[in-house]
Design a protein around this ligand. Structure first.
Ligand code: COA
Length: 360
């Protein structure tokens, strides 16, 4: 290549660089603008919530005064519920601050996912992660039942510590991104991390030898339950996604709910058996704690299994009445956007008409 050509090429590239600089400047300006808009939206949301709080209080007072305007009061209550769902949806498009746990672990890095599709992918990946780890867990539990090899036992328990610890981080990120995961399930994974850590340092005594097989059976069973949970959660995730899609008219809130109840009634007996197993673990450990070889690990683990049993049982039982109330919220969350889409379709006259009254 001649010397002249190299210099010409460099000059040409310098021209392209100018374009890059101009585009980057516009990009940075847009970023600043974006930041301003995000702050403005957050301010508006706070304002809406503040005034809605006052309106709700006054509405309660009006209700207590036996007002004649019952239909108007009901209408306003519905509008408040609808606005709450709308504000939640808007909030999902804005960045959120990390909770204290994420701040400690990750520092002040932004973990908000603003794109709906990316949010969905992250949740889907979380479910897959749990599935893969429960398959590995199942295999290791069975291997531990077939053999008595201390390094294998310890590797399995170490994997449990890592797994539960990772779950707590992933769930905190999901929470920042609008997941409605209940506090107890997150607490459950924190307690499980601590319980697994105690199991890891439990010395290889006669007491451990007496409990280990029961523990491996328990974990094998939990892995199977986790597989069933995976199928239920993934089904929910995909159906909720379909409900939120404006172009998807195949699924209705009624259809979603009947699928969900079927899924729940299949899953619940397996969950309750798991809880009875947890209670049995607590009892067995309590009995073992009287053995001369029992160390402090035994009563502490017994208490932890009891706490897990009580927390899991009450939270799962409470899910059922919550689900009945949730229907109204879901309707507001998805229907306004889908009805407007259906109306558009009808206006454009795409042949067969969409019956918007059937959407809920
Ligand atoms: N772990 C993690 N996330 C959970 C969860 C759990 N155990 N239970 C519910 N969630 C999530 C849901 O995926 C949903 O997330 P999203 O807001 O991002 O969509 C959110 O929490 C709200 O879920 P909710 O509507 O309250 O319940 P659900 O219908 O999704 O699930 C159960 C209800 C009872 C099936 C579910 O909570 C469950 O499987 N619980 C049992 C867990 C357990 O006991 N494990 C130990 C076995 S011994």
């Amino acid at each position: 290549m001649s010397e002249i050509n190299v210099f010409d090429e460099w000059d040409e590239l310098a021209g392209d660089y100018k374009d890059l600089e101009t585009t980057n400047k516009v990009y940075q300006e847009k970023l600043l603008e974006l930041d301003e808009y995000q702050k403005k939206c957050q301010k508006f949301i706070t304002h809406q919530r503040y005034r809605m709080g006052i309106i709700s209080k006054n509405l309660e007072k009006l209700k207590n005064q036996d007002s004649d305007d019952t239909s108007k009061i009901e209408e306003l209550e519905n509008s408040l519920l609808k606005r709450t769902a709308q504000l939640f949806e808007i909030e999902q498009t804005l960045p959120k601050k990390n909770g204290i746990y994420l701040k400690i672990i990750l520092g002040n890095v932004n973990v908000s996912i603003l794109n709906k599709e990316e949010k969905f992918k992250y949740k889907d990946e979380y479910e897959k992660f749990k599935l893969i780890l429960s398959i590995i867990g199942f295999v290791l539990a069975v291997l531990n039942l077939l053999t008595r090899f201390r390094p294998l036992e310890l590797s399995y328990i170490f994997l449990l510590v890592w797994y539960y610890c990772t779950l707590t981080i992933r769930e905190s990120i999901l929470k920042v991104n609008g997941s409605r995961i209940k506090g107890w399930w997150r607490a459950h994974h924190f307690i499980s991390t601590v319980a697994a850590a105690i199991l890891l340092i439990w010395p290889d005594t006669e007491t451990w030898a007496a409990f280990r097989n029961q523990f491996m059976w328990f974990n094998g069973y939990i892995s199977v339950v986790q597989y069933l949970q995976f199928r239920y959660q993934r089904g929910q995730l995909y159906r909720l996604k379909a409900l939120g899609e404006r172009h998807n008219m195949d699924i209705t809130i009624e259809g979603f709910h009947s699928w969900m109840w079927r899924g729940l009634s299949f899953l619940l007996p397996f969950l309750f058996i798991g809880y009875v197993f947890q209670l049995y673990n607590a009892y067995a450990l309590y009995e073992l704690s009287f053995l001369p070889s029992a160390t402090w690990h035994v009563p502490v683990l017994s208490l932890m299994f009891l706490i897990l049993f009580a927390g899991n049982l009450t939270t799962t039982i409470m899910v059922i009445p919550n689900k009945l109330r949730e229907k109204v919220k879901l309707r507001y969350r998805f229907m306004s956007q889908r009805i407007s889409f259906a109306k558009n379709l009808n206006l454009q006259d795409h042949g067969e008409k969409v019956d918007t009254t059937k959407l809920d």
